[in-house]
Design a protein around this ligand. Structure first.
Ligand code: UDP
Length: 329
C-alpha cells in the first residue's frame, strides 16, 4: 500500500514508518521537523519537509500520487502547554487534521489511522479502561483529540472514510536494535528523565505526587513499548475497511507506578537514581491503564513487551548510545 505518514519523523511515527517499510509498504513521510528528526526517518521512505498548514505542498504531495492510506501522527502533545496555549492546540491538532481529512476526501483516500490518547477519558470512572467508558477529557489536548475522533466518525458516515483511532497510553522504550528512540526538547516524560539522571545529565527525579490513592502513593500508568504501538498501527491499517470508524485502547493492561519505574531503572542501569517527592502535577489522573481486550481480539494484537524492565532496558540502550538524542551521531 502507498501510505502518507504525517509526523513520521517523531517518536512513535518513526517506529511505525520502520514497521511499514519492513512490511513492504511504500511510505511518504510528511513532517516539518519542528519536533521530529530527519535522522529518525527510515531511509526507505521519502521525506516531504512541510507542515500540514502548508496546503499547497500538502495538495501537491497527494495529487495523483496514488495514496491508499494516511497515518496521522503530527500533533502537539504537551498537556501543560495545551492548558496555557489552547488555541495553538486547536490550530495544530484540529484545524490541521480537518485540513488533512478534507484533502483525503477530495482525493478519495479512504483509509486513516489516527494517534488518539487515553487523555480522552479524563479521570476514568474505573480501571482498567475500556473503549466504551465515558469520554470527558480534562484538558485542551484531550479535547482536540476527542473532537478529531468525532470528525472521523462523521466522515465515515458522510463520505465513506475507513478510520481507526488508536488510543495510546504511555509510549515508552526504544527500537530493539538501539537505532531509534525518544528525543524530545524539552523532555517531559518520566522514563527518559529517569535515564537522564542515570546518565548524570540531571541530579534527581522529581516525583510528582506521593499521596495518590495507589499502592505506593505515586501515579499508575500503562507504559507501552513503542514497537508494540507500531505493530498495532500496522495491524490497523492492513485490516482497515472503508466507511467505518473503529477505536482501540493500545496498552499492555499492566499498570506501573512512578516508583516501579524508578526501581526498574535502578535495576537496569545499576545507578542509584536519586528521587525526591514534589507537588502533584495539575491534571494528572491517579491511575490510567488499558483493558486491551478489544484490540487483542479484533486485530490479533499482542504486546511483546509486558515486563517494564524490558521496556526500560531498550530505552537505556538508546539513551546510552545517544546521550544527546539524534544530535549525538
Ligand atoms: N512524572 C514524575 N516526574 C517527572 C515526570 C513525570 O513523577 O519528572 C510522573 C507523572 O506525574 C505521571 C507519570 O510520571 O504520573 C508519567 O508522566 P509522563 O509525563 O511520562 O506521561 P503522561 O502520563 O503525563 O502522559
Amino acid at each position: 500500500m502507498k501510505i502518507l505518514v504525517t509526523g513520521g519523523a517523531g517518536y512513535v511515527g518513526s517506529h511505525c514508518v520502520r514497521g511499514l517499510c519492513d512490511a513492504d509498504h511504500e511510505v511518504v513521510v510528511y513532517d516539518d521537523l519542528r519536533a521530529g528528526h530527519r535522522e529518525a526517518v527510515d531511509k526507505r521512505a521519502t521525506l516531504v519537509e512541510a507542515g500540514l498548514a502548508d496546503l499547497p505542498v500538502l495538495e501537491k504531495t497527494v495529487k495523483g500520487a496514488g495514496f491508499e492510506a494516511v497515518m496521522h501522527f503530527a500533533a502537539s502533545l504537551d498537556v501543560g502547554e495545551s492548558v496555557k496555549h489552547p488555541l495553538d492546540y486547536y490550530e495544530n491538532n484540529m484545524v490541521n487534521t480537518v485540513r488533512l481529512l478534507r484533502v483525503m476526501e477530495q482525493h478519495q483516500i479512504t483509509k486513516f489511522v489516527f494517534s488518539s490518547t487515553c487523555a480522552i477519558y479524563g479521570i476514568p470512572e474505573s480501571v482498567p479502561i475500556t473503549e466504551v467508558m465515558s469520554q470527558s477529557p480534562i484538558n485542551p489536548y484531550g479535547h482536540t483529540k476527542l473532537a478529531m475522533e468525532w470528525a472521523m466518525r462523521d466522515s465515515a458516515v458522510g463520505w465513506g472514510l475507513g478510520c481507526c483511532a488508536l488510543r495510546y497510553f504511555n509510549a515508552a522504550g526504544a527500537a530493539s536494535d538501539g537505532t531509534l528512540g525518544e528525543d524530545h526538547d524539552p523532555e517531559l516524560h518520566l522514563i527518559p528523565i529517569v535515564l537522564q539522571v542515570a546518565l548524570g545529565q540531571r541530579e534527581k527525579v522529581r516525583i510528582y505526587g506521593v499521596d495518590y490513592p495507589t499502592h505506593d502513593g505515586t501515579c499508575v500508568r500503562d507504559y507501552t513499548h513503542v514497537e508494540d504501538l507500531a505493530s498495532a498501527h500496522l495491524l490497523a491499517i492492513e485490516s482497515q475497511q472503508t466507511g467505518c470508524f473503529r477505536c482501540f485502547n493500545v496498552g499492555t493492561g499492566v499498570g506501573s507506578t512512578v516508583k516501579d519505574i524508578l526501581e526498574a531503572a535502578r535495576e537496569v542501569t545499576g545507578h542509584p537514581i536519586p528521587a525526591k517527592p514534589a507537588p502533584r502535577r495539575p491534571g494528572d489522573p491517579p491511575e490510567l491503564y488499558a483493558d486491551p481486550t478489544e484490540i487483542m481480539s479484533k486485530l490479533g494484537w499482542k504486546p511483546k513487551y509486558t515486563d517494564i524492565r524490558q521496556t526500560v532496558r531498550t530505552a537505556w540502550q538508546w539513551h546510552q548510545a545517544h546521550p544527546h538524542g539524534f544530535q549525538s551521531e
